[in-house]
Design a protein around this ligand. Sequence first.
Ligand SMILES: [Zn+2]
Length: 398
Amino acid sequence: MKKTVILLCLCLVTLTARAQVLRPDAFPPQDETLDAKSLTMANTLEEMYQRNRYPTYDVYVEMMNHFAETYPALCHLDTIGTSVEGRLILSLVMTGTEENDLSRPEFFYTSTMHGDEITGFYFMLRLCDTLLSSYGTSAEITNLLNRVVVYINPLSNPDGTYRGGNHTVANSVRYNANWIDLNRNYPNPFGEEPLDSIQPENLAMMDYAARHHFVMSANLHGGSEVMNYPWDSFTSYERPHPQAEWWKAVSKRYVDTCRRYNSRIFTNVNAQGFIAGGDWYVIYNGRQDYFNYYHHTYELTMEVSTSKKLPTEQLQRYWNIQSHSLINYIKEVFNAPADQPEGIAPHVEADCRVYPNPTRGWVTVETPQGSRNINLSNRPAGVYIIPVEGHPVKITKL
Ligand SMILES: [Zn+2]
C-alpha cells in the first residue's frame, strides 16, 4: 500500500516536473480535433462586427482596407510583403492628427506567425478598431495616438491560417506553405543559421523592421498563457537579458491588469504569468531574439490563450480580459530603457559601425582606421562575418 502511494507520488512529481518544462508553443498543435463548428466564420464585414467570429481571408483584407478608408486621417495600410502562396502580409499604421513637435516612437504588434494560433489575429483586428473608433472620444486613446505611431500586423503567416482555404480557419496549421516553422527560421545572433533558407514571410518582416525603428513590439502566439521575455536562446542563468528586471515589471503589469478581470488567467505555466523564454524552453532562430538583438527592438512573445484555436464563443471574453493590457503595453514604449542595453548592440565587433544593417546591397563600415564600402548585392541572403581592416564585422544580407 505504502509502496503504491510512494510510486503514485513519484509519478505525480514526474508529471508536474514535465508540465513545468513543457512549452506547448514548441510542439505541433494538440487541439486539431477541435470541433470546427466552434470556429464560426464571418463571411461579410457586417458579420465580423458581430464580434464572435474569425474572418475569412477576404473579410480580413476587406476589414484592413475598411479601416484605412474609414479613418484616412488616422491611418494607412502598408503591405509588408506576400506569403509563399501570394497572400498579403498587411500592417495598419496609426497615429493621431494633433500637430506637435513630439518625435513619435514607433510601436509594432504582430500576430500569428504560427498559423493556427489565431486568438491574437482576432485581438489585433479588435485593437485596430478600438484605437481608431475611440480616437477623439476617449482621452486615453487620443492622447496615446498623438504620442506614438502604432503598427499592427494581425497575421504574419496567412498561408498557415488559411491552409484549408480562404473560407475557413478550422484547418489552420502552425507552418507556412513550405511547411516550415517561421519561428525557427530567423538569423540567429548567437549561433547557427536556420536549417532552411529564410522564408519569404520572414524576409519581408526583416525588411520591414530594417525600414523602421520599432522601439517596442510584441509577437502574439497561442497554446499557453504567459508573457515570454528574452532571451529564447539561453536560460536566464546562462545569459540574462540586460533589461530583465524591466521586462519582468512590464510583464507583471500586463498580467496584473488581466487578472483584475479574471484571476485565473496566465497561470498555466507558472503562478506569476511571465518567464524568461529560455527558462521555459530554449529555442533557436526565433523571431524574438532576432528583433531584440539585430533591431534593438524590445520585443516579447505574448502567449495569449491556452487554446490555439480559441472557440469563437470565447473570443469576446478573452478580449474583455486582455484589451486593457494590450493598450497599456503600447504605453510602455515611453518607459523603454533609452540606452542601448549592454549585450544587445554589437552588430559588429570592436569599435565598428555598419549601416544600413541588415542590407540588400552596399553597406558602409566604419572602423577606427576609417570607413569602407562593401557590396553584398551578389551574395545570397544570410549573415556574414567579414573582416574589415582586421575587425570581424557581422552583416546581415536580406
Ligand atoms: Zn506560436
